[in-house]
Design a protein. Sequence first.
Length: 337
Amino acid sequence: MKYTIPGNSAWIAVLALSLVSVSTAAQTPPPPDSTVSEGSYTNPVHRWSVAYPPGWSVDSTNPGGVRIHSPAKDGLCGINSGVVRFKTVDEFTDFMQAQTERYFRDRGVTVRSAPKQRISLPNDVIGNDVLTEILSGGRSRRIYVLADTGGYVIDCETYAKNWGKLEPSFDRIINSFTLANRNENRNEMMRLLAQGRFAEAREAAEKALRNSEETLGPDHPDVANDLHNLAEFYNNDARSSNDETTRQRAATMAESMLVRALAIREKTIGLRNSFAIDTMISLADDYSLLRRDDEAVTLYKRAIEILNGLGSSAPILLSLRQRATNGLNQLDKERRK
């Protein structure tokens, strides 16, 4: 299953912009001016940090969709974060670019994107760099990062006429983006999944959970991530097994992990975000496997209610709403048999 990232529809087109300059000059940023003091921001939920030029301001009301504004409000870098289920950064990039192009196409706007290029960020993070031009006069540079089962999009936008003035500031923000406390076992799990080595990936997921609990404590948001990841292996076991005893045992194991993960998320980051909703829907899926239909329906409906309250057309939230709706429809179909 695949999800994208949370936020609201403005992260797709903050200034009705999107992409491309075919120039590669943006790939080699100028060195920052060491005589000027920069600001900095650390995201408490998604555990990344960034520096930004003097005079710029940060709106972190939504930790999943932080915005950094230029002093004249003529430029913006949005940094969007969320749980994802893509195997590679290329797959993540291609999906998100397709969603962006559809967003503009539905509004009668044409965009052109340059081929994605690799970019290296601090802490050995590798991402994809895409420049896009919107024919009505906007330009955007997007960085797509996939790490520790998290998806991150850095989207710096302005009008084409302002690009030369703001590009150095965009470069400074992009190249300061740093992920903290990366869990190498979690990264190894992702690599093994991409290679189809599922047994080894499960072992890596188990190690990631142990590492998070030992280093961060039992109630840290990263522990919830690892509980959720490991639970998915057990849910997959339950779905693929023809033996009822094996199916029940695997689904029960998944349930215990997902219940704990959801409790941690609710306590630490609340329920109005893609991480918590993702876990809620996975727990509903698990109840469906366990034939506990009433509990499954309750959670699916609760997830949809929260999503409706968020009132966003962001791809991640649309994807989650579709998952919950599909779960309800499947239960209804089975009841009608």
